[in-house]
Design a protein around this ligand. Structure first.
Ligand code: MV4
Length: 508
């Protein structure tokens, strides 16, 4: 049994993990770089250890520093969060070698799922459906024969890549050879490995993933799905559960869940993990990869299942049994998460670091905001610009969408730019509101989603965002008898905010 846990991470996820440790009565240790001396996770932990300079390569990514911090503080276990060292089997093994409990899966499971092509073969052997394709080709001629057999369009992917880099859609046979060469050189420069494999292209897929949870005694369950199709350049922006896809019936999700459990069992998986699937327009689903960590979007699953997944990870790491079966995992209602990034939609989503001058966070029934920031906090340019995850829960999707609009309209951030206006525009897009979207949605609607694009102000009338702000201000002034306008400071969301700001604000 461990009683003190080191959180090997920063930002909102370190805060989120520390909160559960406190509830469990466990003592906690935070680690921080020179840039994070005043970060919220440092204040929330029982103790904190400086692990080096701001660049993560000199701090959060240094396995020895983290293990040394455990030695110095007497922490007996490590929660890695997401990113950084969370999916490095060498780190999990190094913890174990130092006599520490790694709060995550076994290193062998991380290795098994680490290579996409190796995982693909293992999944085929376990009877898990993968996209039809071939692992490797000896020559361009062989590749061309296979592509003809599978049928165009096909997809070329880097065997040891990720995040869509080195990925190429090939529409017809005459494009294949050139695309293959380009994919190989792109894979080589991005991943130091030119291995490329071929799959049938799934057209307009949805990204639907299944949360799994297993103990160290061979018990594994799934916690339903999350639809993460709303992505921009392979970065998730909005996640929700249940999936609003008409095809994602409870029966289909039960089937997908069974497959995810089979995938996890095939590699001896325990702790929390996620199986990613592509869901086709015709209802077929294919395993893509397994993420061997707690995910950024785990809160929506927590909201519909009323489960603390971090607490479950801790319990499992202690060697406890799950203690329940699949039929005991029930869900209720609908949850949506918006990732609030310190980035500027007007400059192609460039990061927007700096000091947060004003912060008004939405609250009230059904709202959860997992944040790593506070008013006066300096968003560092050294790390991921995610500042908070705004989640809502409601009985059904229409009410969850309405609640998210309400929450976004309350959110005020000044001093830095955020993607709040983008979210407001998204929640005004009729196809999004209907749940009719796939992984290409943002790209297809990018004009409308920029500031000044069309937004549904909530009464069903589409108008430009600027007009919506102006309308909100007029409504506000008439109701208050000529009160001062709300603060906007270049943020559409702020402009629509009902929160009053000190002083007379500008509308730019
Ligand atoms: C695909 C695909 C269509 N067909 N594979 C993108 C990154 C990655 N991990 C897998 N990706 C895709 N693989 C086949 N055979 C379409 C995508 C894809 C995608 C997948 C999930 C979420 C967003 C995406 C955006 C564009 C393309």
């Amino acid at each position: 049994m461990f009683t003190k846990v080191l959180v090997a991470n920063r930002g909102e996820i370190a805060v989120r993990i520390l909160r559960t440790l406190r509830e469990l009565g466990l003592r906690s240790v935070a680690v921080y770089s020179d840039a994070d001396r005043t970060a919220p996770h440092v204040r929330l932990a029982d103790e904190a250890v400086n692990i080096g300079p701001a660049p993560s390569a000199q701090s959060y990514l240094l396995s020895e520093r983290l293990i040394d911090a455990c030695r110095r503080t007497g922490a007996q276990a490590v929660h890695p969060g997401y990113g950084f060292l969370s999916e490095k089997p060498q780190f999990a093994q190094a913890c174990r070698d130092a006599g520490l409990v790694f709060i995550g899966p076994d290193p062998s499971a991380m290795i098994a799922m680490g290579s996409k092509t190796a995982a693909r073969e293992r999944m085929i052997a376990a009877g898990v459906p993968v996209v039809p394709g071939i692992q490797s080709a000896g020559s361009v001629e062989e590749l061309a024969r296979e592509a003809e057999r599978i049928g165009f369009p096909v997809m070329l992917k880097a065997a040891n890549g990720g995040g869509g880099k080195g990925m190429r859609l090939v529409e017809k046979a005459s494009d294949l050879a050139a695309a293959y060469e380009r994919a190989r050189s792109e894979a080589l420069s991005a991943f130091g490995d030119d291995a490329v494999y071929l799959e049938k292209a799934v057209i307009r897929p949805r990204h639907v993933e299944i949360q799994v949870l297993g103990d160290q005694h061979g018990n594994t369950v799934h916690y339903f799905e999350r639809d993460c199709s709303i992505q921009r350049r392979h970065q998730k922006v909005v996640e929700e559960t249940p999936s609003p896809a008409a095809l994602a019936t409870p029966e289909l999700i039960a089937e997908m869940g069974e497959v995810a459990v089979r995938a996890a069992k095939a590699v001896g998986y325990y702790s929390a993990g996620t199986c990613e699937f592509l869901l086709s327009e015709t209802g077929e689903f294919y395993f893509l990869e397994m993420n061997t960590r707690l995910q950024v979007e785990h809160p929506v699953t927590e909201l519909i299942t009323q489960t603390d997944l971090v607490a479950e990870m801790v319990r499992i790491a202690q060697g406890e049994k799950l203690g329940y079966a699949q039929e005991h995992v029930r869900r209720h209602g609908h949850a949506i998460q918006c990732r609030i990034y310190a980035e500027d939609p007007a400059t192609n989503f460039m990061p927007s670091p700096g000091r947060i001058d004003t912060l008004r966070v939405p609250a009230g029934p059904g709202i959860r905001d997992d944040s790593g920031a506070y008013e006066g906090y300096e968003v560092s340019s050294f790390y991921d610009p995610l500042i908070s995850k705004l989640c809502v829960w409601a009985q059904d999707r229409p009410r969850a969408v309405a609640k998210m609009r309400r929450a976004l309209s309350e959110y005020v951030v000044t001093g830095i730019k955020t993607n709040l206006p983008f979210h407001l525009a998204l929640f005004g897009q009729p196809d999004f509101v209907r749940g009719a979207y796939d992984t290409g949605f943002i790209e297809r609607h990018k004009e409308a989603l920029l500031v000044g694009g069309h937004v549904d102000a909530g009464d069903g009338d589409a108008m430009t965002l600027g007009a919506a702000i102006a309308q909100a201000l007029r409504d506000h002034e008439s109701s208050k008898g000529g009160a001062k306008p709300a603060h906007a400071n270049g943020h559409a969301a702020s402009g629509m905010s009902p929160w009053r700001m000190g002083g007379l604000a500008r509308l730019r």
